[in-house]
Design a protein around this ligand. Sequence first.
Ligand SMILES: C[S@@+](CC[C@H](N)C(=O)[O-])C[C@H]1O[C@@H](n2cnc3c(N)ncnc32)[C@H](O)[C@@H]1O
Length: 234
Amino acid sequence: MIIEGLRCVRQSLRNEGLLATLAICGSRVVDVGFDLRYGTDTYGWVSPGHFGLDAERVANSEYYKPSHGGPLRQVLASLDLPGRRVLFDIGCGKGRVLMIAAELGFDIARGIEFSPRLAVIAQKNLERFARRRQTATRCEVILDDIRAHTLRDDENVFYLFNPFDGLVMSSVVQKIQESLVRKPRQVHVVYRAPEQRRYLDGSSCFESPIRFCSLGQEYLLYRSTLGPSAASSS
Ligand SMILES: C[S@@+](CC[C@H](N)C(=O)[O-])C[C@H]1O[C@@H](n2cnc3c(N)ncnc32)[C@H](O)[C@@H]1O
């Protein structure tokens, strides 16, 4: 862990320079502070081999890595969301994004996670969070594989931190498109480390993305084109 951390610092110094590296290190310290403050466990990486699932089921998955709180708060706060705010974190891991959405006053913070081990930790984290922080946000963790899940059509922010490969990503984009046909509405996709962006870029349901960068973290922000016709034509 320490060696890995030092390697990251060295790489960041080389790529980002001193000031950005200091800002990134500060952001990591704030994330440790988040867990200390709420008594939660969101830190660290977990490999798919430790998800508690068969190797075949995790073949398309990335590691569990938590989003960094500082940049995440900034990017979520930057969204233009009049009215009800319903966030869906696809691959929510230990639930850090849900708790940050609750801090920001979202109406619903929903996550789906297919690792039973991580989903249990997320549920416990939400309970601990609720004991220490009063919130009107309804927080939900769904234990399921996104490939088998039907969207509830009330979400207007989809959050993804590079959770899976292109095979799963293409089916997720398809699900969002179908949801927009069933219930036309404005939605945003916030995509961190957007390795599978081509599926969103290739969809006529979304405008060209805006790049949002904060403390060394890059996000792409996609906004849906309004109306069902665009969705049904893709
Ligand atoms: C990089 S982590 C991000 C965790 C969290 N969203 C965050 O930003 O803090 C990606 C998560 O996606 C989950 N995941 C991968 N494939 C999935 C699938 N098919 N269905 C549900 N969850 C999945 C992994 O188990 C992992 O916890």
